[in-house]
Design a protein. Structure first.
Length: 487
């Protein structure tokens, strides 16, 4: 097992990406250290925060209630963001190494992941400062292993969800949706799940025998993840499944070259890990309406505008921020073949529009809360299609970093340059600026109409906008191609 870890370290250290990104790795290390210090500070001062938030409750009971939210959000975020440790077993199959060792390795390595470290840092200062000072010795001895066992349970369940997602994505979404529904019910005080969760901890610490419950959960989740890895570790089965599940989108052929290019975009997004993950993360924002659309926020146009941009456009924004970088691995082919750059840009525009319209209709039921939401989201839809696409496409022409489509999204900044970060300032600032002008004039409701009109005018001038992007792309395409060739 140690030799496998050593091999992985040498592979990472000798890779060209590591050599080119030493400064980025140092920066990420500083960001990680800063995040850990913040988590430690939050845990250390948690008792003071909880005393103000839950004045009538015991601090330890309140912290146990908060753990319900932590474990729920932790599982969802792990599924969306955490990159699983991967070992390419093909090079080891001819060596005298047990296959079980190769399968146990990524599971055991994941125990030392950054997410698990953050979870432990979140509970450790509170445990030392509060629980050890106020609770019995038995409570202290049983509480800490129980929480660590549940953190590990989430860690191994993430393996199961990610591997199972490739075969049964609908079931995984139902599981994550169910967790989200539990959180919403608890947030809205419809049904409390955090209170029974706190009482469960009191039960676990009342008798040493009950420590077996979280231990069994951790071991069971490990066994489940191992069994799933074992069933999917045969190269022949993987080849068959990928061949069987491939989609050709032949119905797009009737739309000529633009249809073919949209089909390529769909295949690239659905078949590769990073674009698919970013699209899925964007769909998570569709549920943000439950957080934003509260009764006290329905008269605040600024909150409603920001919510509209996030809810109806996050999925499209996530995908479009790397609009041309997604094609980096075959960008030379696009330049060498007789493919119209205008049609290439137009296919990107239509793909962006389809995602925005789908998100708009999915979130349309929020209008049942207030018709004002539907009005604002409609204006934001026009703004996104007309203005946001132009801003993102123009900024994407400055990206010269190759994107590995197979890598995960967590702590992955490939293709992300300064332009990708700066472009989000006007994306959110322009709608707010429109609203600010009309609010200063005493007509805040007209800011929404102005936003929609600007978007419609931009859509009507679509040919002119695409022509501007085309000129910029033609000007930058050879610099982009040189950057995309660098691995």
């Amino acid at each position: 097992m140690f030799k496998l870890l050593l091999h992985q370290w040498k592979e990472a250290q000798r890779s060209t990406f590591w050599q080119k990104s030493i400064a980025l790795n140092i920066l990420l290390g500083i960001v990680g250290l800063y995040l850990m210090l913040n988590v430690l500070a939050l845990s250390y001062f948690a008792d003071e925060i909880l005393q103000k938030a839950y004045k009538d409750s015991n601090v330890v009971d309140s912290f146990n209630r908060i753990l319900f939210y932590f474990f729920s959000f932790d599982l969802i975020l792990r599924f969306l963001l955490q990159k699983l440790p991967i070992l390419s077993i093909q090079a080891y199959l001819s060596l005298p190494i047990k296959k079980s060792t190769l399968l146990h390795y990524p599971l055991l390595k994941s125990v030392f992941s950054f997410n698990n470290l953050l979870g432990i840092l979140l509970i450790l200062p509170f445990f030392v400062k509060v629980i050890c000072e106020t609770q019995s010795l038995q409570y202290c001895i049983l509480w800490l292993p129980s929480v660590i066992a549940l953190i590990l349970t989430n860690n191994f369940l993430n393996f199961f969800l990610k591997k199972f997602f490739t075969k049964k994505p609908a079931i995984v979404f139902l599981i994550l949706g169910f967790i989200g529904a539990l959180l919403y019910c608890d947030f809205s005080d419809l049904i409390s799940f955090s209170t029974p969760f706190s009482k469960l901890f009191l039960l676990l610490t009342s008798n040493p025998v009950f420590l077996l419950i979280p231990a069994v959960l951790a071991v069971s989740s490990y066994s489940l993840a191992y069994t799933l890895l074992k069933r999917n570790s045969y190269l022949e089965d993987i080849h068959k499944s990928t061949t069987r599940n491939s989609s050709n989108f032949s119905f797009l052929n009737r739309y000529g070259e633009i249809g073919d290019l949209i089909g390529i975009e769909l295949k690239m997004t659905l078949r590769n890990k990073r674009p698919r993950s970013l699209l899925l993360i964007g769909t998570l924002f569709l549920a943000y309406g439950f957080l934003f659309y509260k009764e006290e926020s329905l008269n605040d146009y600024y909150i409603l505008i920001i919510a509209g941009v996030l809810i109806t456009g996050a999925a499209a924004l996530n995908h479009a921020q790397l609009m041309f970088s997604w094609s980096s691995c075959y960008f030379d082919s696009l330049l060498a073949n007789k493919i119209s750059m205008r049609n290439y840009i137009k296919s990107k525009f239509l793909f962006f529009t389809i995602i925005c319209v789908l998100c708009y209709f999915i979130t349309l039921p929020y209008a049942l809360i207030s018709f004002k939401i539907a009005l604002i989201n409609t204006a934001i839809l026009f703004y996104n299609i007309g203005i946001t696409f132009f801003l993102l496409a123009y900024a994407s022409t400055f990206s010269t970093s190759r994107v590995d489509l197979g890598k995960g999204t967590f702590m992955n900044y490939e293709g992300m340059g300064v332009s990708q970060f700066l472009i989000f300032i006007p994306l959110f600032a322009l709608p707010v600026f429109f609203q600010f002008i009309f609010s200063c004039m005493g007509y805040p409701q007209y800011g929404i109409f102005a936003l929609g009109i600007v978007g419609l005018v931009a859509i009507a001038c679509n040919k002119f906008i695409i022509q501007l992007i085309l000129k910029q792309l033609v000007k930058r395409k050879y610099k982009m191609a040189v950057g995309f060739r660098q691995k």
